[in-house]
Design a protein. Structure first.
Length: 429
């Protein structure tokens, strides 16, 4: 049998000689794409499609870790970037486009009265935490989701190698949809918690009043409420999850979709707090790099002009409805479920008697990749996905579910796996 991913695998051998793990982003590495069944290296991408080095074409539902919301190489974004490239990507002085994008974000995002830019999402979350610590003159922070690679957050996970214990101790955990777990932290650490940070939503919808209660508890204890809107921003609504749920935080952080795949992140929030950034050191050579800002302005204009989010929601609702139907049709309720917002829905793989969730997920990916769908369980919808692309996703999902059910019943799923299954290394959602 010919190996569909032969060139990818050769390229991995070469990359691993010079690049630890052979990848720059954990979620693009072989820890997430099992060798043997996965494309590993891309050559290019356009619209809803990505092409690997073996010449395989996939409809992409990962979309560069949800940083693409309009589609790859969006014509309007690329035009804006090309025009900016002629003027210069960076200067020895600040430039007007910084204010233009800041003003646009202030117009769109409810909590935004002032704005600073970073490059990766982790810049923004780390900056927001430092700002909250400075504002409150306290050290502890309370977390319940994923917030990037920096010490202050990653030290609270199992991927904490290299993070000093003193830093780890300052990050406390509470649970999503469980206000009492946050209350408890404030009781245990009175007047010591600077910030409460959370993704306003990922897999689960917030219970009624959860976000309102979190805000109330946070403010009762004079701490700063930070919404990490890295994924939900410019995806759930033009003003992010804070607009969608109508709960306005003190500070919010954005990245990914703010610039349709160009390296830009954002800290936005109340003037009273943001002004302190004149003193809090948040400064880097590529802050204000203009190509990403031009991409952002074009992206944000397009979101407003084309009613992009309504389009994403329509397609995403269709996917949730169809996949729910398929889970029931193939009696897979004990094996799988689908949840999340239509623009970012999740398949959750469950533990069953003979097979663990990672085995089931690996089989799912293997069969979806074979059918030309790049997906690892989330459906990150873009404006570029056509109705036909969505239909192909549903067809491939049906075939995968049909096989999954058959092999679970025959008890031969393990034999049908063409690679080592994913390992339960690091799960943040
Ligand atoms: C909610 C959230 N916060 C922070 C980050 C970190 O962003 P970055 O990887 O761009 O540093 C991510 C990235 O996936 C994220 O999803």
């Amino acid at each position: 049998m010919s190996n569909r991913y032969e060139k990818s695998e050769k390229m991995l051998v070469r990359a691993q000689q010079v690049i630890p793990l052979g990848a720059q982003t954990y979620s693009k590495s072989i820890t997430q794409f099992p060798k043997g069944i996965s494309p590993l290296f891309a050559t290019h991408a356009k619209g809803a499609y990505i092409y690997d080095v073996d010449g395989n074409q996939f409809i992409d539902f990962i979309n560069a870790q949800a940083s693409i919301t309009l589609g790859y190489c969006d014509t309007d974004v690329n035009k804006a970037v090309s025009e900016q490239l002629e003027k210069g990507s960076i200067f020895s002085l600040s430039s007007e486009i910084e204010s233009q994008v800041a003003e646009k974000i202030i117009q769109m995002v409810p909590c935004a009265e002032m704005v600073r830019f970073g490059k990766n999402g982790s810049d923004a979350t780390a900056g927001a935490i430092r700002l909250a610590r400075a504002y409150t003159n306290r050290d502890y922070v309370a977390v319940c989701g994923y917030h990037g690679w920096q010490d202050w957050y990653i030290g609270s996970t199992t991927k904490d190698l290299g993070v000093p214990n003193n830093v780890k101790e300052l990050t406390l955990k509470y649970h999503y949809n469980d206000e009492s777990s946050l209350e408890k932290l404030f009781e245990e650490y009175p007047n010591q918690i600077a910030a409460v940070i959370l993704e306003p939503m990922n897999i689960e919808y917030p219970h009624p009043d959860f976000l309102r209660n979190i805000k109330q508890i946070t403010h009762k204890h004079n701490a700063v409420l930070i919404f990490d809107e890295m994924v939900t921003g410019f995806r759930f609504a033009n003003g992010g999850a804070q607009e969608f749920f109508n709960i306005i935080p003190d500070i919010a952080t954005f990245g990914k979709g703010v610039s349709n795949g160009f390296p830009l992140s954002v800290i936005a929030g109340k003037k009273e707090i943001m002004s302190l950034m004149e003193e809090v050191f948040f400064s880097f050579t590529y802050g204000g790099e203009t190509l990403s800002l031009a991409a952002s302005l074009a992206t944000l204009n397009k979101l407003q002009e084309k009613n992009v989010i309504a389009n994403l929601i329509n397609k995403g609702e269709f996917i949730i409805e169809k996949i729910t139907y398929l889970i029931n049709k193939y009696h897979l309720q004990d094996v799988l479920s689908i949840s999340g917002h239509p623009t970012w829905s999740f398949l959750s793989f469950k533990e069953i008697e003979k097979y663990n969730s990672f085995m089931i997920k690996t089989f799912y990916m293997q069969e979806m990749f074979k059918q030309g769908i790049l997906v690892y369980g989330t459906h990150n919808i873009t404006y570029a996905h056509s109705d036909e692309d969505i239909e192909k996703l549903i067809q491939a999902t049906e075939e995968t579910f049909r096989l999954l059910k058959e092999y679970i019943l025959k008890d031969n799923l393990k034999d049908k796996l063409e690679c080592h299954p994913l390992e339960p290394l690091f799960k943040v959602r």
